[in-house]
Design a binder for this molecule. Structure first.
Ligand code: SER
Length: 281
């Protein structure tokens, strides 16, 4: 996007700047994606709270004021922490996150559900796993390795991973994430038993498995491991999650797995490398 066509930056934590946009464009549906993710959140927990909580509250308040049709507030696998079953983590289980990001996501789910029950506002949300995209560069999360690895594989043929080789995490390719989010947004509200906390899954893998998949396309690819502070965050999150509530209540079904996603990611990034625009956005 050129600087000319880039929308001006807004602070979601300042309600007046967002209200201006809502009024100007007569907005009746918000996909509220603004958030500070887990790794950045641990470097600045106060900023994480401000953006994630004040931001969400502002959007919900504007939803009420302007009688919006619908607000979608994504949550995350970061809602989980100590005491949770790590395999096939169920929809209903203990939520004891250890990161500020996770704390804000649990609060965001509860806040959204509160606005549904108390004010009848149509708010919906789903717990995103690590999202992998060839359009968006990693943005300060613990699952970022799963995006960085593709860029470095295409660019340099090697990658130093900040998580341990056997760190299994739930992951999803961006097209599934977009489809799922739109499916939930368009679902019949009266059929939803949950609102802001749907488990949302596609696949799960660890760095060794992802590297092996990349090697099928780039045989010389090498991965090394140098775990940092993000390892502890990753260790507090599930290996895989049970998304049967999403499947039953709004028909969720993923289309991409590790193998098809890897092939597609590499195809797009190789094209961009050839065009000399690998890191351009
Ligand atoms: N991708 C996010 C993170 O790593 C999890 O929702 O923080």
């Amino acid at each position: 996007m050129s600087a000319k066509s880039r929308p001006s930056r807004k602070d979601v934590g300042k309600i007046e700047t967002i209200e201006e946009v809502v009024k100007k464009h007569d907005i009746d549906t918000v996909y509220h994606m603004a958030a500070i993710l887990s790794a950045t959140g641990e470097k600045n927990p106060q900023l994480c709270w401000h953006v994630n909580m004040d931001g969400t509250m502002n959007i919900l308040e504007l939803g009420l004021k302007y009688e919006m049709a619908r607000i979608i507030v994504p949550s995350s696998i970061a809602v989980w922490g100590a005491g949770v079953p790590l395999d096939d983590t169920p929809q209903e289980t203990v939520l004891k996150p250890t990161t500020m990001y996770g704390v804000t996501k649990v609060c965001g789910e509860l806040l959204g559900d509160y606005y549904v029950q108390r004010f009848g506002l149509d708010v919906r949300g789903l717990r995103y796993p690590g999202i992998i995209s060839h359009e968006t560069l990693p943005g300060g999360g613990t699952t970022d390795y799963s995006v960085e690895i593709f860029y470095e594989a295409v660019d340099k043929g090697k990658y130093e991973c900040f998580l341990k080789e056997d760190t299994m995490l739930p992951m999803m390719y961006m097209p599934d994430c977009i489809n799922g989010t739109i499916q939930l947004a368009e679902a019949d509200f009266s059929k939803l038993k949950h609102h802001c906390d749907f488990n949302h899954a596609a696949t799960s893998f660890n760095p060794t498995q992802l590297a092996a998949e990349i090697k099928k396309h780039i045989p010389g690819f090498e991965i090394t491991y140098k775990p940092d502070y993000r390892q502890e965050i990753a260790d507090s999150w599930p290996n895989s999650i049970d998304d049967s509530a999403a499947r039953e209540e709004w028909g969720w079904k993923p289309e991409w797995d590790l193998s098809s996603m890897t092939e597609d990611m590499l195809k797009h990034l190789r094209e961009r490398k050839e065009a000399g625009t690998l890191y351009e956005r």
